[in-house]
Design a protein around this ligand. Sequence first.
Ligand SMILES: *Cc1c(COP(=O)(O)O)cnc(C)c1O
Length: 376
Amino acid sequence: MTAKIERYLAENQVETPCLVVDLDVIAENYRTMNRLLPLARIFYAVKANPEPAVVAMLNGLGSSFDTASRGEIDLVLGQGASPDRVSFGNTIKKQRDIAYAYEKGVRLFAFDSEAELEKLAESAPGAKVFCRILMECGGAEWPLSRKFGCAPEMATDLLVRARDLGLEPYGISFHVGSQQTDIGQWDVAIGRAAAMFSAIAKANIDLKMVNIGGGFPAKYRANIRPVEAYCDGVMSAMQKHFGNAIPEIIIEPGRSMVGDAGVIQTEVVLISKKDYEEDKRWVYLDIGKFGGLAETMDEAIKYDIATDRDGGETAPVILAGPTCDSADILYEKTEYRLPVELKVGDKVKILATGAYTTSYSAVNFNGFAPLKAVCI
Ligand SMILES: *Cc1c(COP(=O)(O)O)cnc(C)c1O
């Protein structure tokens, strides 16, 4: 947690649950990535944290944006991004939304199927298109699985078809899975992309760009290697597979850009036991899976938790949210310990929650308001 967030929470009685975002951390993350990957263009993945203040600040720093819907396109254009800094990166788009984006000036689109390519040819004539290839996402704590991408052989054929349909076959993209800690996954993916560049050259198509997606991890409970290690890994893989013909590089960081910039302030609603013999307390917070902590699904993302009573004796807990849905348990299998002295009404901070929290919060499930955010 940053000193700025600590001070803000000490000086303001925020109504919980509330996400506090330190914009300086995001700016620093952006500058660091720009410095470490000077050959790459950064397209911030808006879904990670779509707060207008975050978008406006990144726009001011010169960032581009990876968007997935008409709503995200309106958001980034509304915050001043010019359409040449916007990519419509979702491979699943309505025809009318493609037309809308094109009319607004967006000229860079993702696809992974023939049907999507046909929509693009009709509603975004002449646009630059890139094909997403399948990745297994091994090692990722939040894998994106087989829902996206197609096999490289199919992608090669589709890029040739893109040209025949009057589009500009521009490049290859992939996503190695979110919260990916295995640097080797980028090597595998970049190797595949390079092989496709060669295969497509045989059809006289000169691809220009590799989009290495997102996936860089944020620091939760477990230690991770510094962002330098991931950027080095990416650049070594580019050199290894492309030699001195390195194409344009796009990177779409979401989690690694905003994750460590936020803290959720919550409150303990109830502490109870179900049985006289039970040794674990149930601790119910005023936020759960539906209030923004969706990534605790299958206990995938393990957030660090802090209380004002830290330092004293601790005991194991089961952590749960406040709604009347039994899926709304945060951690039951994963060991979490909280202070024995913890009381109802205490504040509990969930750390590194700047990514995928407000954007995942339900609008009004069980009458609980969606997660609020303040950007400072
Ligand atoms: C979600 C998403 C990202 C961001 O991924 P992170 O793992 O949060 O960095 C990047 N690109 C695409 C296409 C995405 O869908």
